[in-house]
Design a protein around this ligand. Structure first.
Ligand code: SF4
Length: 289
């Protein structure tokens, strides 16, 4: 159902994800660019040679032959390699449920292929479009579905993540996924140095619908520092995050809420002796029950 004429070729679709700052070892990206256009986006920074300007990044396109490439890659893969896959991240450098997906249905076919091959995967998105595939997730226990929420203030969301789903719709998506018995998570990354991005408020609002919260600080190394500072009306100061993480830890421990840190915050947390667990890959979580 690929209808766009501008498409990007990829010979392999299930790719290793090493030295990325996350614990995921495998990833699938079905689109090139991302129409959500988040001002703090690290993926755009990584892909800056291909997309030097913002308008190119948000004018995303499907990757060609994702599904057939994935199927043939999996058919060539040894059973022992497949058995060692603990989690596949969808997506790393794009959003798998941006509005292009509504017509293209590439992510949906990728998920069907992974389910047929009994492979574990984690979906992360900023789009309520993910609900379209609720029944697929519901029928399969080796998956986790997450939505990113870094603020409850929809005006701030519009400035920071202009083409993504509203906060209300994302919360509703998490509620419906949880209600369907799907393992849910909420990525609170990047926490921004602004009281409108208070992670405790986010946890209090969402704790009923979320099985696992993941927290990560903003890393302004990934371009757009001045743009985000202008939107927030504040200047980045790493020390801001010491109290933020202390408060998260205290609140989540007190209320028995499952939480972990995102990969990029690991060094900062160990420097400040703040004990967080790293993101638990799906098969590790399942094996621990
Ligand atoms: S949704 Fe993710 S990949 Fe897309 S622009 Fe936002 S941060 Fe970048």
């Amino acid at each position: 159902m690929v209808t766009q004429t501008t498409i990007t070729k990829a010979s392999t679709i299930l790719n290793p994800l090493q030295r990325s700052g996350t614990r995921f070892e495998w990833k699938i990206d079905c689109y090139d660019g991302c129409e959500h256009g988040c001002r703090y986006c690290y993926a755009w920074w990584i892909r800056r040679e291909k997309h030097p300007i913002y308008s190119s990044w948000v004018n995303s396109t499907p990757v060609l032959n994702v599904v057939s490439n994935l199927q043939s890659q999996l058919s060539r893969m040894r059973d022992s390699t497949k058995e060692n896959i603990k989690d596949i991240f969808i997506s790393s450098l794009t959003d798998c449920y941006q509005s292009l997906e509504v017509k293209q249905e590439i992510t949906k076919q990728v998920i069907e292929t992974l389910i047929e091959n009994e492979l574990p995967f984690t979906v992360l998105t900023k789009s309520a479009n993910v609900l379209r595939d609720k029944d697929l997730f519901k029928s399969y226990d080796k998956c986790r579905v997450g939505l990113t929420i870094v603020t409850l203030d929809d005006n701030l969301r519009k400035s920071l993540e202009p083409n993504s789903s509203s906060i209300t719709n994302r919360i509703e998506a998490l509620r419906k996924l949880k209600q369907a018995g799907i393992s849910t998570y909420c990525s609170v990354e990047p926490i921004l140095p602004d009281k409108r991005s208070n992670p405790i408020d986010i946890v209090e609002t969402l704790r009923e619908y979320v099985d696992l919260f993941e927290f990560g600080m903003w890393n302004p190394k990934y371009n757009s520092q001045r743009m985000v500072e202008k939107i927030l009306g504040t200047i980045y100061d790493q020390d801001y995050y010491v109290d933020v993480f202390k408060n998260i830890k205290e609140y989540c421990d007190k209320h028995s809420i499952n939480y972990c840190h995102a990969g990029h915050s690991e060094d900062f947390l160990s420097k400040h002796r703040l004990k967080f667990i790293p993101y638990p890959l799906l098969l590790e979580s399942i094996s621990k029950g």
